[in-house]
Design a protein around this ligand. Structure first.
Ligand code: HEC
Ligand code: HEC
Length: 475
């Protein structure tokens, strides 16, 4: 009988369900997280929310959503929990839109507005509302959290100048980087933890990395004592069971119709091991790696919507064409440090028949299937906007200078060649969590496509852009 309920919920009641849940989440800071127990949750272990492109849904591999998990608990001293920055309504991250609502509702007092990492500069609790709005401007405009790291002692470079719009007056040995929280969903597909891979240690599994990550999130973001091993285990088990995807497109309708494979539920069973579809056939010796090398790279990474190629609905055909373009549209990939941009990279010279899937290669998830930090140029001085600092790095041996808004992986490895490198994140439930890239520099998916079109000189036609957009919104 349970099935009847599921089907009922997929009909006209959809957006209504989404709105009801959003209202419930709106008051969550006041009433704790009891929204998770809301009677409007249509199916055990499912959470459904509306977003600008339709509806996205979270399902739990365990079948039920445990609202008592320490993920939702205030484990520190400043009122924050993981849920403060990782919210199911925003595909398990945060969005500027919701943060502005939160700011207005709480007069800027919600625990996310703490000066340890929520404000542009560390410390000093601004008093007036206008001052608070200024102090938390990057959070309110782009959903960015400040990540402060010291230049590693053995680094091959020094930070010799900081053009910092906030004049935080930090010593140059410490760098403030402003980054989007990565979604705490679909973590089963990770090949590295964090934008710069800093929670993935040599020889350790992703699971180990997630445990360390959760501990540091409590001691850092929540300013608490380290939680118990049992609490950490519970958090990581919870995170690994969360799956999220767009479930309903406002134009094309239900994304998990019989002939297609969209929506979150299929992700639970989607096979994954590290290196599963790596174009370079590297089989890293890490726990969780595939047992045998991939039998050749398959550029057809997404196979969700091919059943709609001949669909009667033009919106469904557009999604299918977009998927086809993402998999197969060729362009030249050149000068990408980490791939083929510097001496010692795995590929020498331009990749003539490149595709989006050369980098976004994990089947139906779209992240890198191996840990491979890349510099695609997001942090370049030419793209810098006045709201971000610009750091000048000098190579300790050669004296070469480079200017970036975020040194990326280099702040972990200390290596000059790692400047500006970041991981390629999982590409699901995108529509629910603008803006994009680690620094939120692309306000929309259309801007993401503009970035790629320019960066790689792809010359996408208006039709191709529209189709790719329809596909990305349906993920
Ligand atoms: C103040 C906001 C904030 C809070 C609170 C917070 N996070 Fe995060 N989280 C972030 C940011 C920002 C990043 C990305 C940082 C980076 O990569 O440099 C992130 C990244 C992550 C990632 C990495 C995902 C990936 O794809 O690599 C995981 C996992 C995660 N957080 C889990 C947690 C857990 C568990 C808690 C609670 C114990 C928590 N977070 C609390 C802001 C937050
Ligand atoms: C050379 C490798 C490479 C290629 C080719 C590539 N990407 Fe990416 N992609 C990345 C990396 C790395 C990031 C993360 C960059 C960052 O935020 O610093 C990323 C980020 C993204 C994001 C943002 C995800 C988020 O959560 O913010 C989207 C969307 C995306 N890529 C789509 C595409 C599309 C569409 C194409 C083809 C037109 C494409 N990518 C081609 C490497 C690549």
């Amino acid at each position: 009988m349970a099935r009847t309920t599921h089907h009922g919920e997929r009909g006209a009641g959809f957006t209504v369900v989404g709105r009801v849940l959003i209202l419930a989440v709106g008051s969550a800071t006041v009433i704790g997280h009891s929204f998770l127990a809301s009677a409007t949750v249509p199916r055990r272990g499912e959470l459904t929310f509306s977003n600008p492109a339709g509806v996205h849904r979270t399902v739990m591999a365990t079948g039920s959503l445990d609202q008592d998990n320490p993920f939702f608990e205030e484990l520190g001293t400043n009122g924050r929990s993981c849920f403060t920055c990782h919210r199911p309504a925003q595909a398990w991250t945060i969005t500027p839109e919701e943060l502005r609502e939160r700011f207005a509702r709480t007069a800027g007092q919600d625990p996310i507005f703490r000066t340890n990492d929520g404000s542009n500069c560390e410390g000093g609790a601004p008093a007036s509302l206008a001052e608070r709005r200024r102090a938390f401007s990057l959070l309110l405009t782009k959903g960015l959290i400040r990540v402060g790291l010291n230049v590693p002692a053995n680094a091959e470079f020094d930070v010799v100048d900081a053009d910092d719009p906030y004049r935080c007056n930090a010593p140059l040995a410490a760098v403030s980087m402003y980054r989007r929280p990565l979604p705490t969903t679909n973590l089963k597909f990770l090949s590295t933890v964090m934008w710069d891979g800093r929670q993935t240690l040599a020889g350790q599994s992703i699971d180990d990395g997630l445990v360390v990550q959760a501990r540091e999130a409590v001691t850092g973001h929540a300013e608490g004592a380290p939680p118990s091993d049992a609490q950490l285990r519970a958090i990581v088990d919870f995170e690994l069971g969360v799956f999220t995807a767009q479930a309903h497109d406002e134009r094309a309708g239900r994304l998990s119709e019989a002939e297609v494979r969209g929506g979150p539920r299929r992700l639970i069973r989607e096979p994954f091991c590290i290196g599963i579809n790596d174009p370079l056939g590297m089989l890293p010796a890490v726990p969780g790696a595939c047992l045998a090398p991939a039998s050749g790279f398959d550029p057809v990474v997404f196979t969700l919507f091919d059943g709609w190629r001949q669909a009667r609905s033009r919106d469904r055909r557009a999604i299918a064409r977009g998927e086809e373009l993402f998999n197969n549209r060729q362009f030249v990939i050149a000068d990408v440090p980490g791939l083929n941009g510097t001496a010692g990279d795995p590929v020498s010279g331009p990749i003539q028949g490149g595709t989006c899937t050369i980098c976004h290669d994990t089947p139906n998830a779209g992240n890198h299937s191996v840990s491979m930090p890349l510099n695609i140029g997001i942090v370049e001085a030419a793209r810098r906007t006045r709201d971000l600092p610009l750091y000048t790095l000098r190579n300790r041996v050669t004296g070469d200078l480079v200017q970036v808004t975020d040194p990326g992986r280099a702040m972990i490895s200390g290596k000059w060649r790692d400047v500006g490198k970041f991981k390629g994140p999982v590409l699901r439930a995108l529509a629910a969590r603008a803006p994009y890239f680690h620094d939120g520099s692309a306000a929309s998916l259309a801007e993401v496509l503009e970035f790629y079109d320019t960066r790689f000189g792809i010359q996408l036609s208006a039709q191709e852009k529209a189709d790719l957009l329809a596909f990305l919104r349906a993920l």
